[in-house]
Design a protein around this ligand. Sequence first.
Ligand code: ADP
Ligand code: MG
Length: 256
Amino acid sequence: MSAAPLLEIEGLAKSYGAVRAVDGVSLHVDHGEICGLIGPNGSGKSTFFDCATGLSQPDSGKVRLDGLEITGWSLDRIAREGRMLRSFQKTVVFSALDVEENLVIAGQMFAFPNVASTFGIGAAARTRVESLRIQARELIAAAGLWEVRHMPAGNLSGGQQKLIQFASMLMPKPRLILLDEPMAGINPKLIERVMDSIRYANRELGVSFLVIEHNIDVVTSLCARIVVLDQGRKLAEGTPEEIVVDQAVREAYLGG
Ligand SMILES: Nc1ncnc2c1ncn2[C@@H]1O[C@H](COP(=O)(O)OP(=O)(O)O)[C@@H](O)[C@H]1O
Ligand SMILES: [Mg+2]
């Protein structure tokens, strides 16, 4: 572990035409932290994620991962070399594959350099697949999906698919995951389970998180520190206790 924050972003800016989606935002995530990112619709949260993870390039600003500058790297390179992953709001699973295969494939896509080895052709690849399967089973048990591990993912509920997707993201052993509204559209019971999965990954696997989430109860319960964006700028930053009583934050959400 180095002295630098795990993720350090300085003065990030991105415009779409005349819209300054992100307008000079600095933010860091410490090693081992679960940091929250909130703000009204259109405040630039997803654009911030896009620029931090290489999906789109910022107009200006710097992105550093564990002290290494990665500004301008592609999404793929940031994922593989930087071991920083992101989720999107839409849930994506391989519907025809069972839960276990979904996780094994997720691990293989990252671990192997070519198609033959991705699909387990060759002795070395088969040994590797076996170790991925062991890892997959641990994650499936931790996600509470053990009973349904041989069911096709497409037959499971939306919430269960979210859990599969989240567990799949852990297969390549990321050090940082950026989650874009992980609780959107799932019922309260499953919200608890997704929160448990995030906490498990944080405590047991050492994964750090930056989480965009509209559900304020979820953010204040998961995160020790919260950053608030409004109109592309950082409006506030602090502990959950500080954020919920912050007058500027209340005005941004309530419109005055
Ligand atoms: N690809 C894009 N093209 C044009 N405008 C965009 C694009 N992505 C985001 N925006 C605009 O940038 C602003 C911030 O959007 P976004 O980052 O999605 O906010 P949030 O995730 O906080 O809801 C909005 O005004 C949005 O319309
Ligand atoms: Mg968004």
